[in-house]
Design a protein around this ligand. Structure first.
Ligand code: B12
Ligand code: SF4
Ligand code: SF4
Length: 374
C-alpha cells in the first residue's frame, strides 16, 4: 500500500521529531561496515560483528521492509547553556535524560501513526534509536537528511552535527526523499561530500582517531574510551583525553556546518545541564548512593560509578588538579582495580607518587602494579 508521505511527515513532526525523511530499502551496503570491522576499528564492540548481516540489510531485520523513515532530533543547547569554564567536559548529548528512553516514547507513537494511516499492524514496522542493527547514518544520508562528514557524523544543513538519529523500518512503500544536494545524487553516502577542502575535524581530533575521511578508529576515540571501554584506558591515549570526562564533541564542534544550526524544539528532550556544573572534585567524591541519585535516568549511569571515577582520574592527571590529591590517593585504594590503576596514574602524573608507598606495598593486581612501574 502506498501512503501519502507528506501526511506521515507532518504527523511525525508533530510528535517532536525535527526531521522526518524517507529512503527506499536497498540491500548490499555491508562492504564499508565489514572493512571497518576487519580493520579492528570497532575495538571490543563485538556486538557489531555479531549483527553485521542484519546491519547490512534491513530486510533481515524486518522481513518485507520497503522503506526506512529516518528521524532526527536536534539537541543543540540554547547559547547560554553552552559554556562551563574550568569544569570537566561532558559530551553535549549526555546532558539530557537518556535519549534512548525519551525518543523511544515518541517512536511508539510513530508506530501507531503508521497503523492508523497505513492500515498496518505492529509486524509491519519496527523502530530503533541507536541500539538497533541499523546503520543509522548511512540511511540518514540516503534519505537526504544530511551528508556524512569527514568526521563520520551525519551533518544536516539545518541542524549541523547536533542530531540524534532514529529509524523506523516498515513494509509500507513511500516515495523516497531527494538527496541533500544535486551534487549528492547517486553519491549520497560518500564521506566528506559537502566538506570541500576542509579537514578541521581530522586535524582537531585530540587522539588522531580519524585515519581517513569518514572513518573513526574507535580504539583511539575518546568517546569509545570514556563510554564503551569498561577496562583500562591505554596509557598512550590518556593525555589526549584532556578534560573530557564523558564522550567527546571535538570533531563535531569544529565543523563549520554548525554555523547554520539553531537550538531545536526540544520536544523529546529533557535537559540535565546541571550535570555540567559538577566540579572535578565532586565527581571524584561520588559515592554509589550519590551516583545513583545524580545520574538517575541519564545515559551516563551505564558507565557505572567505576567508569566515571576512572575517567575523572584521567582528567585530574591531565589538568594539574593538585587540590584533588587527597581524594586521588584515597581512590588509589578503591575496591575496583580499574579505578585504582587510573588513580595511581593521576597521582604519579601530579608528581606525588611518594604518597602511594603504603598502598603500593599492599597492591596485588597486575594492571595496577603496572601503573606504579610507569
Ligand atoms: C558504534 C557507534 C559509535 C562508536 C564508533 C563510531 C563510528 N564512527 O562508527 C563510538 C563509540 C566511537 C561512537 C562515538 C560517537 N557517537 Co556513536 N554510534 C555508534 C553506532 C551504535 C553504530 C555506528 C556504526 O555502525 N559504525 C560503523 C561505521 C563503519 O558505520 P557508519 O559510520 O555509520 O558509516 C557507514 C555508512 O556510511 C555506510 N554506508 C556507505 N554507503 C552506504 C549506503 C547505505 C544505504 C547505507 C545504509 C550505509 C552506507 O558506510 C559505513 C559502513 O557501512 C551508531 C548508532 C547506529 N545504530 O547507527 C551511533 C551514532 C553513530 N553515534 C552517535 C553519536 C552522537 C556519537 C558521538 C558524537 C558521541 C559523543 N559525543 O561522544 C561520538 C562521535 C564519534 C564520531 N566522530 O563518529 C550518533 C550520530 C548522530 C549523527 N548526527 O551522526 C549515532 C547515530 C547514535 C544516534 N542514534 O544518534 N559511536
Ligand atoms: S569524538 Fe573526539 S576522539 Fe572521537 S574522533 Fe571525534 S574528535 Fe576524535
Ligand atoms: S569539520 Fe570540515 S571536514 Fe570535518 S565534517 Fe565539518 S566540513 Fe567536513
Amino acid at each position: 500500500m502506498t501512503v501519502d508521505r507528506e501526511t506521515v511527515r507532518a504527523r511525525l513532526r508533530a510528535l517532536g521529531f525535527d526531521e522526518v525523511r524517507f529512503a527506499r530499502v536497498e540491500a548490499g551496503f555491508g562492504p564499508g561496515l565489514r572493512a571497518w570491522l576487519e580493520a579492528g576499528y570497532h575495538a571490543d564492540m563485538a556486538w557489531m560483528e555479531r549483527t553485521v548481516e542484519k546491519r547490512s540489510d534491513p530486510a533481515l531485520v524486518l522481513p518485507g521492509a520497503k522503506s526506512v523513515i529516518m528521524l532526527g532530533v536536534n539537541y543543540l543547547p540554547p547559547a547560554e547553556e553552552a559554556k562551563r569554564d574550568g569544569k570537566p567536559v561532558w559530551a553535549r548529548y549526555a546532558l539530557h535524560a537518556d535519549y534512548h528512553d525519551t525518543i523511544k516514547e515518541a517512536l511508539v507513537q510513530a508506530g501507531l501513526v503508521l497503523e492508523e494511516l497505513g492500515a498496518v499492524t505492529p509486524k509491519d514496522y519496527c523502530y530503533y534509536v541507536d541500539t538497533g542493527p541499523v546503520i543509522e547514518r548511512g540511511w540518514a544520508a540516503k534519505s537526504g537528511l544530511g551528508f556524512i562528514g569527514k568526521n563520520s557524523m551525519l551533518i544536516s544543513r539545518t541542524h549541523g552535527n547536533w542530531l540524534f538519529l532514529s529509524a523506523v523500518l516498515t513494509t509500507l512503500e513511500f516515495a523516497p526523499d531527494e538527496p541533500v544536494s544535486l551534487r549528492a545524487a547517486g553519491r549520497e553516502t560518500e564521506p566528506g561530500l559537502l566538506c570541500g577542502k576542509c579537514s578541521r575535524c581530522m586535524d582537531a581530533c585530540p587522539t588522531q582517531a580519524l585515519p581517513k575521511p569518514g572513518v573513526v578508529d574507535a580504539r583511539r576515540c575518546i568517546s569509545y574510551q570514556t563510554i564503551e571501554n569498561k577496562g583500562i584506558i591505554p596509557r598512550e591515549l590518556r593525555e589526549g583525553i584532556g578534560n573530557h570526562l564523558y564522550g567527546c564533541d571535538v570533531c563535531l564542534e569544529v565543523c563549520p556546518w554548525n554555523r547554520f544550526a539553531q537550538a531545536g524544539r526540544r520536544m523529546l528532550l529533557s535537559a540535565r545541564y546541571d550535570l555540567a556544573e559538577l566540579t572535578l572534585r565532586e565527581v571524584l567524591e561520588l559515592t554509589p548512593e550519590r551516583f545513583a541519585e545524580v545520574f538517575r535516568k541519564t545515559a551516563i549511569k551505564r558507565v557505572k560509578l567505576t567508569g566515571l571515577l576512572r575517567n575523572a582520574c584521567v582528567v585530574a592527571g591531565n589538568t594539574d588538579a593538585r587540590d584533588c590529591l587527597d581524594v586521588l590517593v584515597r581512590l588509589a585504594g578503591h575496591a575496583s582495580p580499574v579505578v585504582r590503576a587510573h588513580a595511581v596514574w593521576a597521582v604519579r602524573k601530579l608528581g606525588a607518587g611518594e604518597r602511594l608507598v603504603a598502598l603500593r606495598a599492599a597492591e596485588t593486581d597486575a594492571a595496577v602494579l603496572a601503573e606504579y612501574e610507569g
